[in-house]
Design a protein around this ligand. Sequence first.
Ligand code: UDX
Length: 437
Amino acid sequence: MKISVIGCGYLGAVHASAMAELGHDVVGIDIDAHKIEQLAAGKPPFYEPGLPEILTSARASGRLRFSTDIADAAGARVHFIGVGTPQKPGSHAADLTYVDTAVQSLLPHLAAGDLVVGKSTVPVGTAARLAGVIEASGSGASLAWNPEFLREGFAVKDTISPDRLVYGVPAGAAGEHATALLNEVYASAMAAETPLIVTDYATAELVKVAANAFLATKISFINAMSEIADVSGANVTELADAIGFDVRIGRKFLNAGVGFGGGCLPKDIRAFTARAEELGRGDSVAFLKEVDAINLRQRQRVVAMTLQALGKPVYKCKVAVLGLSFKPHSDDVRDSPALDVAVQLRGLGADVVATDPQGIENSRARHPQLNYSSSIEETLRDADAVVLVTEWAEFKEIDPVWAATLVRTPIIIDGRNTLDAAVWRAAGWTYQGIGRP
Ligand code: UDX
């Protein structure tokens, strides 16, 4: 099938490549000429495991091209909208400028029977409004909403073998047409057991924000437990293991630590709260403000733990920060708790040296005031304290005996509860985790 993907940022670039990998004839479109140039040359503009491989094979097959000209979308039967919906500056609401502009610029190139498919995360009610815009254009095209659940670091796998598919479609024949087209798009991605939920626009939009709100709540819940564990001498990891055995709860997303970040969870819970307030139901999701507050408090907690462990004026200390990206297998530092901790410590006067396998370049662009090193050894050398804030395998594998020979004072704050406390203590370290005695 001929497919266009409007927006070649994180979501769109992965989606365009994955659609070509599934056998479709795809054009990826973006207004950013530099990004298009990079993608056309087979170079993803960000780090994502597996993406370079499918990008290369899709280009070699001739099934994937990139363009800055929206007119190149003409002729495609399905047009995916994968542009960003960032947080509006000075507000918690989502900025829909890119989605609105993408749909407007697509209108002159739509033909009867075409399907525009929204993938971006949007406030509930957006799809119905955009369906009206498309209908009023008189093109005969229609709209579906098909939220994306991909996780950074696993984006290719999550797109090629999704754990569920959700279609938000209009009622009646238009809905049947949209469902048939989407089934054709995903035919080779759908296994016999892949759940498919065909629903209305509002439900499809809400599925995405509700899923992210639930995940964020789960993380903040366990982080709240870790605060209680800290003052009561309990162990939050054992607590998570024990409650996680209850299949109704589940162990995933119960890892206490410096909290969640990235381009989705923080902004999505804020936008959800803002939208609920607009709809006059702010009280219903007011708890998400607490989820956000608990999450932000974790960063301060790690900073406070570091200051306390140092036991001397921080401006005289070198602090080694292990981790910058918001999670491993990613170079994304948007709303990263790790980068935030490094910046806060620097702001307090510490001599911060930070390292990360993928996140240095993006961090340096935002925070040139920090010192960065690509070497773990250099980062640790003469440190008065070490703070681990992203659980990359490279950091978990550090030999504490070797590391102790490099630092000035063997103090480690494990902001991801990822190290073996007993092993580090046996090597002479003062070890402190989150909610661990
Ligand atoms: C998330 C959703 O998982 C995905 O379905 C959605 O489409 C986009 O948002 P992503 O932002 O890639 O994906 O990251 P995710 O793996 O969900 O992790 C989010 C954050 O939570 C990370 O900062 C991670 O370190 C943190 N986290 C996760 C915890 O602090 N504890 C946990 O137990 C799990």
